[in-house]
Design a protein around this ligand. Structure first.
Ligand code: HEM
Length: 466
């Protein structure tokens, strides 16, 4: 059993219960669950024995077909996502979307440039991250109204799914006990289909200049066991809508939270912001003045420029280490009993990994609570060489590791670097008079800022008034 000095389950459970409430113990009652906080044990389980725990537990609240479940379906859907959409060529081809989203974001931010009370930026960040994924999913620039409608059904969906977490392990009983919630789930699902399916159909029927996520779903053949008559089959429109919804779910909240923490640290520590700005202007020069609202930005820091900005990469990594958006991975399930470092891991057990704690482990990191991007700069030419996939050793794994690693990790890193670089280039970010940046954390499903960032912004290059 995985219980002794490597991680003693009891004290961990007490801490988890204090932090996350009693629900954390529920799965353990029905299913042996283990939390791994030890870097080398995590490495061995996830990398050396990756195949062992590459499934998700059946108790996950997966209410629709998704990349998260079990068996051959997830392999096909995941391979599609990773190779068709998250490949470097495709990611690069969406530079128009990044520029478009950045223009919308700077338009909104510049309305608050004169405000001395500061602005709460989280909703703007969320909208930007969401719009980036919407454009990759449907392949074009949807109008604001349409994006808001999609965001609304997504939010409704998340709320209602949250209520099913506890009873996900008894879906039939859940339907009876949670009759009202189940009805609400059906209503929200219908709404989602009504919003998503027309957009999906119109994308499929339109002439295409690029490949969107939806286009790749059309070609998928599900394995035989998914089809009642024994043949392989294609995804239905409803399933495509579910896949798009999951694409947004997986990538929006996590990346928004990461951007929020990173920007909060840059506001709190002006010397780090100045150092980053100095690096940026060394690579791309001083920023141009922002155009008037609605006029496209004449110049942006692009993907190639970012490759020359080591300190920027270090800031983003330090943000992910110090404030991992998620404290755990999605649960992994053990497919076959195995021995790992002298421990027996029983088949069917659920394993999770204390990823946030790993990033703050004083045995691995000096001054772990400090925000010090320099720790990621190697002494050789100040380059960032960090094994974020944990292939050689695990030091921090905000995206997981092994076969179930987040398939969107490269996209997420690019979106974070791109937005942070451009936001710092165009605007100077400060704390409003009489306020301070509070880095306290609120842990729900994700680890968010308890008191959202409120910041003053000013233009680095004032627009000429004539
Ligand atoms: C800073 C941003 C992000 C963070 C910190 C993050 C983190 C994670 C983590 C920890 C997991 C679970 C890994 C495991 O269980 O081993 C995961 C899974 C996943 N992520 Fe991300 N993620 C981010 C952004 C994205 C983006 C932009 C996408 C793209 C749409 C995405 C798509 C997914 C999907 C589809 C899964 C499920 C994979 C599976 O079950 O095989 N994520 N992510």
């Amino acid at each position: 059993m995985l219980t002794n000095s490597v991680f003693d389950l009891e004290p961990i459970l007490v801490r988890l219960k204090a932090k996350y409430g009693p629900f954390i113990t529920l799965p353990i009652v029905f299913n042996p669950s283990f939390f791994v906080g030890c870097h080398s044990l995590a490495h061995e389980i996830l990398i050396q024995n990756g195949a062992l725990c590459s499934d998700r537990p059946k108790t996950l609240p997966v209410l629709h077909i998704s990349t998260s479940p079990y068996g051959p379906t997830w392999r096909i859907l995941r391979r599609n996502l990773a190779s068709e959409i998250m490949n470097p060529y495709r990611i690069k081809s969406y530079s128009w979307a990044r520029k478009w989203v950045l223009c919308n974001l700077t338009d909104k931010l510049q309305e608050h440039v004169a405000s001395e009370d500061g602005i709460k930026v989280i909703d703007y960040f969320h909208h930007a991250m969401f719009s980036l994924l919407v454009s990759m999913c449907f392949g074009n620039k949807l109008d604001e109204g349409c994006i808001k409608e999609i965001a609304k059904v997504q939010a409704d969906m998340q709320n209602v799914i949250g209520r099913f977490r506890m009873l996900a392990m008894f879906p039939r009983l859940g339907k009876i006990l949670l009759r009202k919630s189940w009805k609400e789930f059906e209503r929200v699902s219908k709404n989602k289909e009504q919003v998503f399916i027309p957009i999906i159909k119109s994308r499929i029927e339109s002439a295409k200049q690029n490949v969107a996520y939806v286009d790749t779903l059309v070609n998928i053949q599900l394995p035989q066991e998914e089809a009642r008559n024994g043949d392989s089959r294609k995804l239905t429109y409803k399933e495509m809508a579910d896949m798009c919804s999951e694409f947004f779910n997986a990538g929006t909240e996590t990346a928004t939270i990461a951007l929020h923490w990173i920007m909060a640290n840059l506001v709190k520590y002006p010397h780090i912001q100045s150092k980053l700005y100095d690096e940026i202007i060394t690579v791309v020069g001083s920023p141009p003045s922002l155009p008037r609202k609605g006029v496209e930005l004449e110049s942006v820091i692009n993907e190639d420029n970012i490759q020359k900005m080591s300190y920027l990469k270090a800031v983003v990594l330090e943000g992910l280490r110090r404030h991992s958006p998620s404290h755990f991975l999605l649960p992994h399930s053990v497919t076959k009993e195995a021995e790992v470092q002298g421990y027996t891991i029983p088949q069917g057990a659920t394993i999770n990994f204390l990823v946030a704690e790993m990033g703050l482990d004083p045995k691995v990191w000096d001054d772990p609570m400090e925000f010090k991007p320099e720790r990621f700069l190697s002494t050789y030419g100040s380059k960032v060489v960090f094994d974020i996939k944990g292939n050689k050793e695990i030091k921090m794994i905000p995206f997981g590791a092994g076969r179930r690693i987040c398939p969107g990790y490269e996209l997420a890193l690019l979106h974070l670097e791109y937005l942070v670089a451009n936001l710092i280039w165009y605007f100077h970010w400060t704390t409003p008079h009489g306020r301070h940046v509070d880095l306290s954390e609120k842990t729900e499903f994700f680890a968010t800022m308890k008191n959202p960032l409120i910041t003053c912004i000013s233009l680095r290059n004032q627009r000429k008034t004539t």
